[in-house]
Design a protein. Structure first.
Length: 314
């Protein structure tokens, strides 16, 4: 006679826990870190170590002060600091990078209640704060040291204000000015493949995000080729790759349903292109993801699947 076992949900468990997930994303970022070290050398090392140290120290201190269990061994603070470093310019003063790490953990995560409770992506929220507080420092770029260590503009800035396109191969490899981890599309795509192989992220948000950018920019380019850059340029330039793959896929700040993730990705793509084409800034990835983070609860509510046997929510 079979016994009926009654227990509370969840009934399906995954062998991957939070710690494993964070470690997996960090491993996926290794190619981007290596590329940043190759192109920006000691500047990249200093910024990465500073952001990671600031994030870990802040999380440890706040959890101690609030008499909560210290959870720095779950690698979430390390990942936040690493992501923040990779979206900062290599020339940024280290004290500003440290301040960004403190903000990312203190006001981006712990103020909401800690890991799993934050509404916005902590790394992007910290970058938005630094952009508002220190706009000149956040928009001062240098060429990779393998070329020439002088101040330059990003490919998006050159395209927007000078109407000149950077060669695709440079964008793909990473021999261009920009934030530490956004210049090499090749390194980011390698990380993307690893995340998909390990089933750490879902492909729907990145694909919907990048597909929307390609379609939007393709239509604009067909209408006015001399004014708007082609889809491939918009796909490879700027922070689109690192944003779509590593920021927009944050499981805490993005929708949980399949339809919700597609809507989220499409929304990010539209906002990114609107800012890139008609905004005062050459880039819009950061603001698009933060904006859609704010709509995640609404998207979850609108796309919530109905329970079996339930009609009209009753």
């Amino acid at each position: 006679m079979e016994k009926l076992v009654l227990n509370t949900s969840p009934h399906i468990f995954s062998p991957m826990d939070t710690r494993d997930m964070m470690k997996g994303v960090i491993k996926a970022l290794i190619p981007a870190v290596i590329a940043s070290l190759y192109f920006f050398r000691l500047s990249a090392v200093a910024v990465i170590l500073t952001c990671v140290a600031a994030s870990v120290i802040t999380e440890y201190a706040l959890q101690k002060c609030r008499k909560r269990k210290v959870r720095i061994d779950d690698y979430s603070a390390i990942l936040t600091g690493l992501l923040l470093a990779l979206v900062l310019p290599p020339s940024i003063p280290l004290w500003v990078a440290f301040l960004g790490g403190v903000f990312a953990i203190g006001l981006g995560k712990e103020v909401f209640g800690g890991l799993g409770c934050n509404m916005f992506n902590p790394a992007l929220l910290a970058r938005a704060f630094l952009m508002a507080a220190f706009p000149v420092m956040l928009t001062t770029w240098v060429k990779p040291i393998t070329l020439d260590a002088v101040t330059t503009a990003t490919p998006l800035g050159i395209a927007k204000f000078e109407h000149v396109a950077v060669p695709y191969m440079k964008l793909f490899i990473g021999n261009v000015g920009g934030s530490l981890g956004e210049t090499s599309a090749l390194a980011l795509l390698i990380g993307f493949g690893y995340l998909l192989y390990k089933k750490i992220i879902d492909y729907k948000i990145p694909v919907a995000y990048m597909f929307t950018v390609v379609v939007f920019s393709g239509i604009c380019h067909l209408i006015a080729p001399a004014k708007f850059m082609p889809p491939m340029f918009n796909l490879l330039a700027g922070g689109l790759m690192i944003g779509a793959i590593f920021m927009a896929t944050d499981p805490v700040t993005t929708p949980v349903s399949t339809r919700g993730r597609v809507i989220f990705g499409i929304g990010c793509g539209f906002i990114t292109m609107i800012i890139r084409i008609w905004g005062g800034l050459p880039e819009g990835v950061m603001y698009s993801i933060l904006f859609m983070n704010a709509f995640t609860p609404l998207i979850n509510r609108m796309t919530k699947p109905k329970r079996y046997g339930v009609k009209n929510g009753k």
